[in-house]
Design a protein around this ligand. Structure first.
Ligand code: IVH
Length: 674
């Protein structure tokens, strides 16, 4: 066989392998090989194509990188109009839809429906001739769209060639191109570091990315497509149900929704809707409702269309997660650590299932990024339990009376001039606990369930006690008296006694809870636990310098700095002393230094181990006093590497850090366990 034939064979085999794995990855979400293995195969393909350009075929995975920019999009006339869907906004609307269907078809029982998520992206039409992707178009006005052929070719879940031998001479596949949330977040994060304008939501991101004249840009955007129907077709008899259409699409290599179901009866449809509404937030992409389609295609034909929508389908929408409303005022709140947060007061608006009248504006940078003025119409988004956010401004609706938002120069509560530390977005009131707002927030945090768990002291009472000067510091909590409290309006003897009892009960606590309750910046529950476990006593934590703090699991330079600064502040130490004098105590954790045979050693574990679990090895090493770090540096004493170790191993070799294998690690642990 000639060299040329050999090459062509290798090329075909390589291409088939890559196409197979790309389909496992992109369409089926079930990869069989690692990304690195795929990349290596892809690199080989590029090498072959580079050396033998005559081999390159249109369905090669290398053809997804985009091509030279166009000067404009051509228009495409849809041979079959791309319709939209009727909307249902309630269960009643859906019941009415089902009744219309039964009446028209003259049947007593509801028919089977296919239920599919309604993807929030941009509709596309893809034309395949003899299995080959020849055209991609947007929906446009439904009858004419834009030719985005070059762009759709860059979307990995769109097959360039239909899978299977017996493919139609012509088929149009329709579906929704969308940007998964993860990719959207990643894109926006990169855009803001590069100074590019971020997208408002994943739908706009998908539309903006797909309508690029330069398809090389589209190629870099994380887009996906979910296929949901067949349009024009020749040389291909349609199956008898929509469910089978979806199966056919999947066999051709398209991604179809993993959540689609064929259900009988409208009640089952309502249950499905409720289930997906619950799951909505946890899906990796945005959906804005559920589409219900009559399953039988002969029924669909019989039902036909009205105006711009089919009679056989309906989209029941979820409550909108974004609505437009007016920004009436901005107030500035002072947080526990003094950070000033601008809070938007809004014309109340129903969004994401609740009425929203406040939204966070985060910080001064965010106000500047949005370019928002008081009086502006703004898009407010509330998804799940997330705090409502202002996502964008509608500039065309800005009234003449709109005025810019001015960030205060002094604390709105204690009037201390505000400060901004270098490299930090937050602007803070530096007055600490002498600022009433910070004191209130600190006390709320101290008494909260996950901190000292002092029951019965809600936010309102904390605020009242601070206003009445009954509490001027955390230590004053322990000086509250039942007889004084019971005199207060609306409190009464019983509630007063309960509060005092809860405070009493909190005097004996655990060290990690007390550390967390202090409200040190960036010290959450996990860090507080690590500190307690590592040092064993509050005295040891107070005495720790930055280097000692850096020895603690998961503590980096910034957190170490905050901890050190907190305990270096005399007023903080004073309050701690007062609290302890008031009887707050805990059992110190005994750290048996004699067993800490690996104290001072920094160890890195990498690769996979066969006998030991990495997490178990880490715990065992830490119990012996070692610090188990996640990256290799010149301070690393030893690296234990199992098979599959990558960059950490290379780094260790570069830095001449000793490297040992799993057996050596087991031997070490056994030796020290004796
Ligand atoms: S079927 C003739 N199924 O919703 C009916 N549409 O409001 C064609 N969409 O333009 C649409 N997910 O862009 C259908 N599973 C789904 C869908 C879906 C999203 C979009 C589509 C359509 C719009 C109609």
């Amino acid at each position: 066989m000639s060299h040329k034939q050999d090459l062509a064979r290798e090329y075909q085999a390589l291409k088939d392998t890559l196409l197979y794995h790309a389909r496992r990855y992109y369409a089926l979400d079930a990869p069989e090989i690692s990304d690195a293995e795929y990349d290596a195969l892809f690199k080989r393909l590029l090498e072959l194509e580079g050396a033998n350009p005559e081999l390159i075929s249109a369905d090669s995975p290398s053809q997804r990188v985009g091509s030279e920019p166009l000067s404009a999009f051509n228009s495409v006339a849809h041979r079959m109009p791309m319709l939209s869907l009727d909307n249902a906004f309630s269960e009643d609307d859906l019941l009415a839809f089902d009744k219309r269907i039964r009446d028209r078809l003259g049947i007593d029982r509801s028919p089977e429906y296919v239920c599919e998520p309604k993807y929030d992206g941009i509709a596309v039409s893809l034309i395949y001739e003899n299995g080959k992707l020849v055209q991609g178009a947007t929906r446009g006005d439904g009858s004419t769209g834009e030719d985005i052929s070059e762009n759709v070719k860059t979307v990995h879940s769109i097959p360039l060639q239909l899978n299977g031998g017996d493919v139609p001479s012509l088929v149009e596949v329709r579906g929704e191109v969308y940007m998964p949330r993860e990719g959207f977040k990643r894109y926006n994060a990169q855009a803001s570091t590069k100074g590019d304008k971020p997208f408002v939501n994943p739908r706009n991101a998908a539309a903006g990315s797909l309508r690029q004249l330069d398809s090389r840009i589209t190629a870099r955007r994380p887009l996906e497509m979910c296929a949901y129907s067949i349009g024009v077709h020749e040389g291909y008899p349609l199956p008898s149900t929509h469910g089978e259409v979806l199966q056919q699409l999947s066999q051709w290599g398209f991604m179809v929704s993993e959540h689609y179901r064929v259900l009988e009866g409208v009640e089952a449809c309502t249950r499905y809707f409720d289930e997906l509404a619950e799951k909505r937030e946890s899906l990796p992409y945005d959906i804005d409702g559920i589409v219900f389609k009559v399953n039988r295609l002969d029924f669909q034909d019989e039902l036909g269309f009205v105006a711009r929508a089919p009679r056989w389908a309906i989209a029941r929408k979820f409550p909108a997660q974004e609505e437009i409303t007016v920004l009436k005022e901005v107030e500035f709140q002072v947080g526990r650590t003094g950070a000033i947060t601008p809070v938007a007061r809004l014309e109340p608006v129903f969004v994401g299932g609740v009425t929203v009248s406040n939204a966070t504006l985060h910080n001064a940078d965010e106000i500047a990024r949005l370019g928002v003025h008081i009086g502006d119409s703004v898009a407010v988004r509330r998804a799940g339990d997330v705090i409502p956010q202002i996502v964008s401004v509608v500039p065309s609706l800005r009234p003449d009376t709109a005025r810019p938002i001015t960030f205060p120069e002094a604390c709105p509560v204690c009037e201390t001039p505000l400060v901004q530390s270098e490299g930090e977005a937050a602007i803070r009131c530096p007055a600490g606990m002498s600022c009433q707002a910070q004191l209130k927030e600190s006390i709320k945090h101290y008494v909260s369930r996950t901190a000292m768990d002092i029951d019965g002291l809600g936010d309102k009472l904390v605020s009242l006690f601070v206003d009445l000067k009954l509490i001027r510091s955390l230590a004053d909590l322990y000086r509250l008296r039942a007889d004084v409290l019971s005199e207060l309006d609306g409190l009464g003897k019983k509630s007063a006694d309960n509060i005092i009892q809860a405070i009493e009960a909190s005097r004996y606590c655990e060290l990690h809870r007390f550390i967390y309750a202090l409200g040190i910046r960036e010290v959450g529950q996990a860090t507080a636990r690590n500190l307690a476990r590592h040092f064993g006593s509050l005295e040891a934590i107070i005495a720790a310098d930055i280097d000692a703090l850096l020895e603690v699991e998961d503590i980096g330079p910034v957190v170490a700095q905050h901890i050190q600064a907190f305990f270096a502040t005399p007023s903080n130490l004073d309050i701690i002393t007062q609290i302890r004098e008031a009887g707050v105590h805990w059992d110190d954790i005994v750290i048996d230094e004699s067993s800490m045979t690996l104290k001072g050693k920094t160890i890195v574990l990498t690769g996979s181990f066969s006998t030991l679990k990495r997490s178990a090895a880490k715990t065992a090493l830490e119990a012996l006093g070692a610090k188990v770090a996640s990256s290799v540096s010149k301070n690393t004493d030893i690296v234990y590497a199992g098979p599959g170790a990558g960059s950490k191993l290379t780094k260790a070799q570069e830095l001449n850090v000793p490297v040992e294998d799993e057996d050596a690690l087991i031997a070490l642990l056994e030796q020290h366990a004796e």
